[in-house]
Design a protein around this ligand. Structure first.
Ligand SMILES: [Mg+2]
Length: 419
């Protein structure tokens, strides 16, 4: 097929536990559970899953019921190091790599010379290198879209390598229940089932017009992806970022508008700081509030000029906030989203002083960013954020004196013995 893409999805097999077994070979082939430090199982080896152990099962119960299980602390530093090494190995083959999560990535092999003719030896070598150098196993799927590639890697686990040629797509789709399709949530799955769609194949075989009439854009895109049309490119992170979001949940919930706004203001400042770091300017700012009973309200404002200045953006966001804040309701989270981000070159200068005014604020913010970088993220902040920040600091101070247990973190992650 002309224009067909070659997209690989890689998924670490029981990644956290595999890393533990790579660090300590005595754990190989045994039922292993991580999460000792939290008192509940956070990851399980295949052997532990086979015993019926599931996520969030209390550790004391596991110990009582399955004394043969090895229980270890989670060690996120090592997981991060293994993850980075795994992604680096993939990058030996192609630059177009999207790190999707700590143990998953997508990689586009379309432009790798010679790959199309025979992908199997390349992918086997990649898999072999990860196994040999890191001591863990992964499952790979290759297809013409991200959605199909992800389905392919899942279809054979652990240690799978599934290449989906155009003629294999139908059988792969046919054995995948629609709620197991990446990106289809439980609500969508229920309404699909009501319309008689139970497998990915049922969905893919529907006419595009039917999908677009009955469902929203994401499902339309999904429909295309299942039909082999790549609409979601592998994102390497070097393409321009479209939006920046900062959000935080606070406790206890509050009905005090000045406090809730200070939480929002802090998120806005954080988002603006990030935009300045990236040299991006927002065209719109959008805010949301989440109530204690988990309902959302949101509003957005268009900025008169693209900006990343905290003063202007917080001022605009205050108007949006006033539109949605309801007296007497308890709020538990706020979120700030800068949208329509454009790089500096794309910002049209307003000849009537808008740009000059922005520049004045810009000098102050530059100084603030410098100070904050040197002395801690929010030493200098806007008055509107201070109530939220004060509460945060009080909590941090308290946490400093909390008993921490007797375990000690190594500054350099232990990566096991060299073999
Ligand atoms: Mg995984």
């Amino acid at each position: 097929m002309k224009g067909r893409r070659y997209i690989m999805h890689l998924d670490g097999d029981a990644f956290f536990v595999s890393v533990e077994a790579a660090k300590d070979p005595r754990l190989r082939g045994r039922p292993v559970v991580t999460g000792q430090e939290r008192g509940i199982a956070s990851a399980m080896s295949y052997e532990a899953k086979a015993l019926g152990i599931t996520r969030a099962m209390p550790i004391f119960q596991i110990r009582r019921q399955f004394p043969q299980v090895a229980v270890v602390d989670s060690d996120y530093e090592s997981y991060a190091v293994f993850s980075k090494r795994m992604m680096d190995i993939v990058r030996r083959y192609t630059d177009v790599v999207e790190e999707y999560s700590i143990d998953e990535c997508f990689a586009d092999f379309t432009d790798v010379p010679g790959f199309k003719k025979d992908p199997l030896p390349v992918l086997s070598r990649l898999k072999g290198e990860i196994g040999k150098e890191l001591g863990i196993s992964v499952s790979l799927g290759l297809a013409s879209t991200k959605s199909l590639a992800k389905m392919a890697s899942k279809s054979k686990k652990p240690d799978g390598l599934t290449i989906v040629c155009p003629e294999d797509v139908t059988s792969l789709l046919g054995k995948t229940p629609v709620d197991k399709v990446w990106g289809i949530g439980s609500a969508t799955a229920i309404s699909l089932r009501k319309k008689g769609i139970t497998t990915a194949l049922d969905l893919a075989s529907k006419p595009a017009a039917w999908v677009s009439e009955s469902f929203s854009k994401p499902l339309e895109e999904m429909h295309l992806e299942l039909n082999g049309v790549s609409v979601h490119p592998v994102a390497t992170g070097s393409e321009p970022q479209r939006s920046i979001m900062k959000t935080r949940t606070f406790f206890p919930a509050s009905d005090d508008s000045s406090y809730v706004f200070s939480e929002l203001s802090k998120n806005l400042e954080g988002a603006c700081r990030r935009a300045r770091e990236l040299g991006l300017y927002a065209k719109d700012v959008s805010v949301y509030l989440k109530t204690k009973d988990l309902s959302y309200a949101n509003a957005s404002r268009k900025l008169s000029l693209p900006s990343n200045g905290s003063f202007q953006i917080v001022r605009e966001a205050k108007k949006a906030f006033d539109e949605i804040f309801e007296r007497g309701r308890l709020y538990r989270a706020t979120g700030a989203i800068l949208c329509g981000l454009v790089p500096e070159e794309a910002v049209q200068e307003d000849l009537f002083g808008g740009a000059r005014a922005a520049e004045k604020g810009g000098k102050v913010l530059e100084a603030v960013d410098r100070i904050n970088k040197k002395y801690g993220k929010s030493l200098v902040h806007m008055a509107s954020s201070s109530r939220s920040l004060h509460r945060e600091r009080r909590r941090e101070k308290k946490a400093l004196f909390m008993p921490r247990g007797s375990s000690k973190r190594l500054s350099v992650p232990y990566l096991g013995e060299a073999r």
